[in-house]
Design a binder for this molecule. Structure first.
Ligand SMILES: [Zn+2]
Ligand SMILES: [Zn+2]
Length: 297
């Protein structure tokens, strides 16, 4: 009986290794646009019940995570995807100068365009599909798809991309939080956050029921920037160096991430690039950030 149990465990381990070797590791980066620390971990999960109660015990939360660059949408996403702080025009007309993770992955692993997806509610995020770097650029760009009308439409586009292409690296941005914030609608900002929280949970459930993604996928949930704290104008806008804009949050969950862990050491958006590079087995140049996988509490 003991022996057969061991064989069963060995078989399961072998099948996980086999699946991982065939399909490799996968990474999903979920950005809930423009949400402060105070409405997420800072309020003990009041507005993010799925992430707080269901996902947090399975992963690590980073409670001193920061945007130390430009606290706007394009620059925040760029910090996550390139590991650099770049001040870029925020209307999508300017691309990052440093290569994105999409480009490193496609070039180094010789993968097709459909291996990388950027899915967003905001069309301007097309600027993040590739950089202007001469050794990378549009040859190695990610596929772009967007849900013009709502976060739910964005979710549908994400599901389609997953079902049709099983991309290796996905960045998805839910933007209704930011749009409702700019409109000055506090209740709508919070209800968009609750909806995004439930979509994050649905995504993690979908990953667990997909044989390609199960056991080989890491999910990061974060934001591109916060919003002003009450001393600097309140939740409606963002873009300066106040604590409300800089102090953000990160949830990580996956095979290499410690479960039920709270990391209070200061960490940064630019740490995500080397972290994801490590998970995907990429060789990256020396970057500002450090992989979060070895960060001590
Ligand atoms: Zn934003
Ligand atoms: Zn601010």
């Amino acid at each position: 009986m003991k022996y057969s149990m061991k064989s069963l465990v060995a078989l399961i381990v072998l099948s996980i290794i086999f699946t991982t070797l065939i399909y490799g590791q996968h990474v999903f980066i979920v950005v809930i646009d423009g949400v402060r620390y105070s409405e997420t971990f800072g309020s003990e999960g009041q507005y993010i019940p799925y992430m707080w109660n269901t996902l947090r015990p399975q992963g690590s939360i980073y409670t001193s995570f920061r945007n130390d660059g430009y606290t706007a949408t394009i620059s925040g996403h760029t910090a996550i995807m390139t590991g650099t702080w770049e001040k870029l025009i925020n209307d999508g007309s300017e691309r990052p100068a440093s290569p994105t993770l999409f480009e490193y992955l496609r070039k180094q692993k010789a993968l097709p365009e459909a291996s990388c997806f950027l899915v967003s509610r905001k069309s301007k995020l097309d600027a993040l599909t590739h950089s202007t770097h001469r050794e990378y650029g549009s040859t190695y760009k990610a596929s772009f798809t967007y849900g013009r009308h709502s976060d739910l439409q964005t979710w549908k586009k994400l599901v389609e991309a997953m079902n049709e292409h099983h991309p290796r690296l996905v960045m998805v941005t839910f933007a209704e939080t930011d749009l409702n914030g700019h409109a000055g609608q506090w209740k709508d900002y919070l209800s968009a956050l609750r909806q995004a929280d439930s979509l994050v949970n649905l995504l993690w459930e979908k990953i667990q029921t997909d044989s390609v993604y199960k056991n080989s996928t890491t999910m990061f949930v974060t934001t591109d920037h916060g919003r002003h704290d009450d001393e600097h104008g309140g939740f409606q806008n963002h873009g300066d160096s106040c604590e409300g804009c800089r102090h953000i949050w990160l949830l990580a969950i996956g095979p290499d991430i410690k479960p039920n862990t709270r990391v209070s050491k200061t960490t940064y958006q630019v740490d995500l690039t080397p972290t994801i590079g490590q998970i995907l087995g990429l060789k990256l140049p020396t970057l500002l950030g450090r992989s979060l996988i070895y960060v001590k509490k």
